[in-house]
Design a protein around this ligand. Structure first.
Ligand code: GLU
Length: 281
């Protein structure tokens, strides 16, 4: 079987040990399978993405000994593609405009006894007249995936969605997220839509990433089904924790690859810190 995997960082901070585990796991897996390794820059959030962080990604990965194919796909250059994917969901009424503010949603979630549920988002478009009036008034809105519509669109297939993960097949529960935001007024994509679209476009067969994103896979396989895209195999690795026992974040400076490098660490030391052997061959 052909094997294509990728590392898809967002240039919103410096790469840290958690990223190193992701990229080395994916890169080693591609090498071991005689497959391909791709790098994708997920820079749709132009408010938080910065050129210096993108430059640092290339520098840090090269230092680690990673080799990737050119050209690198930069998501900010492909907004029209994501808008097209969104359009196809709009045409089939699988997404709807939700005018609830972030605060209203946060309050609804906070006061719900069982956390997120489908009905806290509305589930479908407002009556046409009200919607037209709110659009005309310039109100902002989010495009939410309607789980209700997805269920009636897919029928029984909705309930038999399964994805392949480390320990075997997992039955997908896309409902655990409620009706997620896939785009916003004047902004045609979210991470979920762009990532699923690009994995398919780039022929990614194996998505390898941290286990904090296992939850997202439950939604991603639904999006793949609705957009008629192939489903990759998923692999989720453990997370690297900081000294405080919490998952590393971009603010943990001492665990950034650049800080480690400046303190004299070698790529071999980074592998050893992650409990990884040197690659074979
Ligand atoms: N851009 C995402 C991140 O940095 C990557 C998610 C993925 O690998 O799908 O967390």
């Amino acid at each position: 079987m052909r094997f294509v995997t990728r590392f898809a960082p967002s240039p919103t901070g410096y790469l840290h040990l958690g990223h190193a585990l992701s990229v080395l796991t994916a890169f080693d897996a591609a090498r071991a399978a005689g497959g391909r390794f791709l790098l994708r820059v997920e820079d749709i959030d132009q408010g938080r993405s910065r050129p210096e962080f993108e430059a640092a990604i290339y520098e840090d990965l090269a230092w680690l000994g990673i080799a990737w194919e050119s050209p690198v796909r930069r998501q900010s250059e492909h907004m029209a593609a994501y808008a097209g994917a969104l359009e196809s969901l709009i045409d089939r009424q699988l997404v709807y405009r939700c005018f609830r503010t972030r605060r209203e949603i946060a309050e609804a979630i906070a006061s719900a006894p069982h956390g997120v549920s489908e009905d806290m988002f509305g589930g479908e478009a407002l009556p046409a007249e009200e919607e037209a009036a709110r659009i005309a008034a310039g109100e902002s809105f989010a495009w939410r995936l309607s789980l209700r519509k997805a269920r009636s669109f897919l029928g029984p297939a909705y309930f038999s969605l399964v994805f392949e993960d480390d320990a075997g097949p997992i039955r997908a529960e896309p409902g655990r997220h409620g009706d997620v935001v896939l785009a916003r007024k004047d902004f045609p994509t979210s991470y979920h839509l762009a990532s699923v679209w690009d994995d398919a476009l780039q022929g990614v067969t194996h998505v390898i990433r941290g286990e904090d994103l296992r939850d997202a896979a439950h939604l991603h396989v639904l999006l793949q089904k609705l957009l008629n895209l192939p489903q990759p195999i998923y692999r989720h690795h453990r997370l690297i924790l900081g000294e405080d026992g919490k998952r590393l974040a971009k603010r943990d400076r001492s665990a950034t690859l650049r800080a480690l490098r400046e303190s004299g660490a070698t790529p071999g030391d980074v592998r050893a810190m992650l409990g990884m052997n040197a690659p074979q061959g």
